[in-house]
Design a protein around this ligand. Sequence first.
Ligand code: AMP
Length: 190
Amino acid sequence: MYNIVLFGPPGAGKGTQSEKLIAKYGLTHLSTGDLFRKHLGEGTQLGELAKKYMNEGRLVPDEVVIGMVEEKIAATEDTKGFIFDGFPRTTAQAKALDFMLEKHEMEISGMIALDVPENVLKERIKERGKTSGRVDDQDEGKINTRIKVYLDETLPVAEYYEKQGKFTKINGVGSIEGIFEDIAQVIDSY
Ligand code: AMP
């Protein structure tokens, strides 16, 4: 069983690589951004709550995110493991994730961080915005806020896993296939 945290700033390629990893390893994708967008689309109470934070590019409060992830883990049966995409984004979320997994007799195998320079991120997000329909992908100010929030609040999560000897950084610039091979090599070493 592999439980992988795929880490990196917005636009790093986490979603793209997650799809390929699911196909290769049969893992369950747990993207908190996707789950929130699903709630938004369905007009649930949780979606309403998350909406203003998402539209501003800010983080949804920890207790809301953690509750949603807990529900998803509990509802998933017979999995070969999870790819956590866009979660954890704060150290409090990382601690809560360890606690949740322990309850289900699982643990994080490792964090794989995609390293992409800021100018490339901005270009990729703007390009995605042309087709994603995401309001947070189409506004320069919101893109900048998301990158700032990543640097201020999310980057410390890498240190959390580094201290546990579970951190690997991968160059996230290059061909999708080449980056995927680098990630697969790390997973195969777990
Ligand atoms: P993403 O698709 O991962 O870029 O997430 C889109 C937006 O959803 C973020 O900008 C946040 O507003 C919210 N979000 C997603 N995941 C989290 C998380 N783990 N913690 C807090 N907010 C989140």
